[in-house]
Design a protein around this ligand. Structure first.
Ligand SMILES: [Zn+2]
Length: 225
């Protein structure tokens, strides 16, 4: 099936158009052209990230569908969403995992070791730590079932509840050093423990993966209350 997904530039044209239609005017523009949209001004904040790896298509497309399919308010008035729907410009357009040879999910590091366009993201997270974090990925080769990563040190049960809701398997990880430079470990080191990275399976059609990601996003917005 031919890939009809938009280019990075087209993606953000559509995204910002939809966000403005929904009344969102607070954006942070990154040096690579990606945008962070800030929704809401009160209450707990969910940070949503997708498109860290350019060849994983369903997360960004799910978030575009999420903002396009709403009329009126995307989230209830008592919560906030920090939304970065597509991070990797170069990888997205080339259908490649990396960004200029770098794995962006190992690039959330001190400034001297991370690309400049990631700095405002880390600055914003340090200035206002999200209460919860969801990162949308796809596993392109390992698993025939979707899964999410669980940190067994968490006592809040977020990963278990989300896995049950999504019918996902759980993969435990314990070593922060092994995932150093991932956005999740960056946030966990800052003190945000309600973090989940989910992995759709490419055994599913793009449409199924988009549905699954949307289900996760909607559940997390609800959990935030
Ligand atoms: Zn990924």
């Amino acid at each position: 099936m031919p890939d009809t997904s938009p280019t990075f530039h087209e993606y953000y044209q559509r995204f910002t158009e939809q966000m403005r239609r929904l009344g969102c005017t607070a954006f942070t523009r990154l040096l690579n052209g990606a945008m962070v949209a800030h929704l809401g001004s009160n209450g707990p904040c969910l940070a949503l990230v997708a498109g860290v790896h350019g060849d994983e298509r369903s997360g960004p497309l799910a978030l575009l569908e999420w903002v396009s399919s709403h009329n009126g308010s995307l989230i209830p008035p008592d919560r906030q969403v920090w939304l970065l729907p597509l991070l990797n410009d170069e990888g997205w357009d080339a259908h490649r995992r990396e960004w200029c040879g770098l794995d962006l999910n190992r690039s959330f590091l001190p400034q001297e070791r991370s690309p400049e366009f990631l700095w405002p993201i880390m600055d914003e997270w340090r200035a206002r730590l999200p209460d919860m974090f969801l990162d949308l990925h796809e596993d392109l080769d390992k698993q025939d079932r979707p899964y999410l990563f669980r940190y067994p040190g968490d006592e809040h049960g977020l990963a278990e509840q989300l896995a049950a809701h999504l019918g996902a398997e759980m993969v435990d990880w314990t070593d922060f050093d092994e995932w150093e430079g991932s956005d999740e470990v960056y946030l966990r080191r800052l003190g945000c423990s309600r973090c989940v990275t989910i992995e759709a399976t490419v055994d599913w059609s793009l449409e199924e993966r988009i549905r699954w990601n949307l289900k996760a996003v909607q559940w997390c917005v609800g959990y935030l209350s």
